[in-house]
Write a protein that binds this ligand. Structure first.
Ligand SMILES: O=C(CO)COP(=O)(O)O
Ligand SMILES: O=C[C@H](O)COP(=O)(O)O
Ligand SMILES: [Zn+2]
Ligand SMILES: [Zn+2]
Length: 363
C-alpha cells in the first residue's frame, strides 16, 4: 500500500478507540519483524527512525527499505515517521526521503540535550508545522521534558535527552499550557511528559501514580478531547525479556517499565501513539545471546538474526493486539500526501477547542 500519514492513521484510531504502537527501525530484520507481525494480525503500522537510525542505516537505504516493505505487504498501511526531530532541517530532509510524518521535539534545543523554553518550542514547532502541512505531512510536537519522577533526573541513556536535575514542572506537561501549545502550533499529535523515560531503566519498582502520572493524560485529554496524545518511553520492559538476557550471560540490573495496563488506561483517554523501542531491543538481544551461548560453534549471522527477528515479531504482535490496532489495516485506504495537503488548506483538520471540541468528541 502507499505510505499513509500519521494524521490519517491517528484519526482512524481515535474514531475506533485504539492506539498504534510506533516501533523504531534501524535495519532490515526489524522492518521485516514489524511487517510480519502486522500482517499476522491485520494491523496498520507506524515505523519510526531516530536521527541515530538515519545515520546508522543511511537515508537512502532506509527509504528504499520502507518502499520494499510496503511492496511486500500491499495490504498494510505504513506510516514512516521521524522520531525526535531536533530542528526544521532534520524534519525537512526526512520529508525529502518520503517520511509521511515528523516529530519536531522542541522540548529540547537543537543539541537534543538542553531543555528549551516554552516560547522556543512553540516557534520551532509552528515553523515545522507550516512546512510539513504544506507537503501534507503530519507533525508530532512535544511539551514537557522526559525524565524520572522517581529521581527527578532527565534521561540521557540513549545519547539524547537532558542529563541533569529537572523540576517537577518540567517533568510533567501542564494541561493548560498544552491547550495553548496545540492552538499556537497546529500539531497533529502531542507527546507529553508524565514520568516515562527512554531505555530500560525507567522505574526501580513497579510504577504507581507517584512516578507514572497517568492522571496528567486524563487532564490533558479532558481539555483537548480531539488532540491525539503520544506516550514516549513506553516499553514495558517485560521480566521474561530481562531474564533471557541475564540467563545467557547478560547483566541487566532489575528494572521496571510502563505496564501494558497503564498504557491501556491511557488509550481510554486520548493516547493514540505509543512509542516502543527498548522492548524490541531486549527481545533481539536475548535471542542472539541464547543462540550464541547454546551453539558456540555457530557463525552464520542468519542463525541468530532469524530467531532475533522472530523474538521482535512476537513483541510487535503482542503490542498490536494489546493496543487494539489489530484488525484495522484492511479498513483503511491511504490518502496521498497531496490530498492531505489540500485538507489542511481547507481547514477541516484544524484542532478544535472548547465547545466545538466537546461536540466533535461526542459525535
Ligand atoms: O519513546 C521511544 C522512542 O521515541 C521509545 O521508548 P522506549 O525506550 O521505552 O522503548
Ligand atoms: O528515542 C529513542 C529511541 O529509542 C531511538 O533511540 P536511538 O536514538 O538510540 O536510535
Ligand atoms: Zn521518544
Ligand atoms: Zn478521557
Amino acid at each position: 500500500m502507499a505510505r499513509i500519514t500519521l494524521r490519517q492513521l491517528l484519526d482512524h484510531a481515535a474514531e475506533h478507540d485504539y492506539a498504534l504502537p510506533a516501533f523504531n527501525i534501524n535495519n532490515m530484520e526489524q522492518g521485516l519483524a514489524i511487517m510480519e507481525a502486522a500482517e499476522a494480525v491485520n494491523s496498520p503500522v507506524i515505523i519510526q527512525a531516530s536521527r541515530g537510525a538515519r545515520s546508522y542505516a543511511n537515508d537512502i537505504m532506509l527509504a528504499r527499505m520502507i518502499d520494499a516493505l510496503a511492496e511486500i505487504y500491499p495490504n498494510i498501511p505504513v506510516c514512516m515517521h521521524q522520531d525526535h526531530g531536533n530542528g526544521p532541517a532534520t524534519c525537512a530532509t526526512a520529508i525529502q526521503y518520503g517520511f509521511t510524518s515528523v516529530m519536531m521535539d522542541g522540548s529540547l534545543m537543537e543539541d537534543a540535550k538542553t531543555p528549551a523554553t516554552y516560547e522556543y518550542n512553540v516557534e520551532v514547532t509552528r515553523k515545522v508545522v507550516e512546512m510539513a502541512h504544506a507537503c501534507g505531512v503530519s507533525v508530532e510536537g512535544e511539551l514537557g521534558v522526559l525524565g524520572s519522577l522517581e529521581s527527578g533526573m532527565g534521561e540521557a541513556e540513549d545519547g539524547h535527552g537532558f542529563e541533569g536535575v529537572l523540576s517537577h514542572d518540567e517533568l510533567l506537561t501542564d494541561p493548560d499550557q498544552a491547550v495553548e501549545f496545540v492552538e499556537r502550533t497546529g500539531v497533529d499529535a502531542l507527546a507529553i511528559a508524565m514520568g516515562t523515560s527512554h531505555g530500560a531503566y525507567k522505574f526501580t519498582r513497579k510504577p504507581d501514580g507517584d512516578v507514572l502520572a497517568m492522571n496528567v493524560i486524563e487532564e490533558i485529554h479532558q481539555r483537548l478531547p480531539n488532540t491525539h496524545l503520544v506516550m514516549h518511553g513506553s516499553s514495558s520492559v517485560p521480566q521474561e525479556l530481562q531474564d533471557i538476557i541475564n540467563q545467557y550471560g547478560g547483566a541487566i540490573p532489575q528494572t521496571w517499565g510502563v505496564p501494558v495496563e497503564e498504557i491501556q488506561r491511557g488509550i481510554k483517554h486520548g493516547v493514540r501513539k505509543v512509542n516502543v523501542d527498548t522492548d524490541n531491543r531486549l527481545a533481539i538481544t536475548g535471542a542472539i545471546r541464547k543462540i550464541l551461548t547454546e551453539k558456540p560453534h555457530e557463525f552464520d549471522p542468519r542463525a541468530y538474526l532469524k530467531p532475533a527477528k522472530e523474538a521482535m515479531r512476537q513483541v510487535c504482535q503482542d503490542r498490536f493486539v494489546q493496543f487494539g490496532s489489530a484488525g484495522h489495516a484492511d479498513k483503511i485506504k491511504a490518502l496521498s500526501t497531496a490530498t492531505m495537503a489540500k485538507r489542511y488548506v481547507s481547514g477541516e483538520l484544524n484542532a478544535k477547542f472548547g465547545a466545538a471540541a466537546k461536540k466533535a468528541a461526542a459525535e
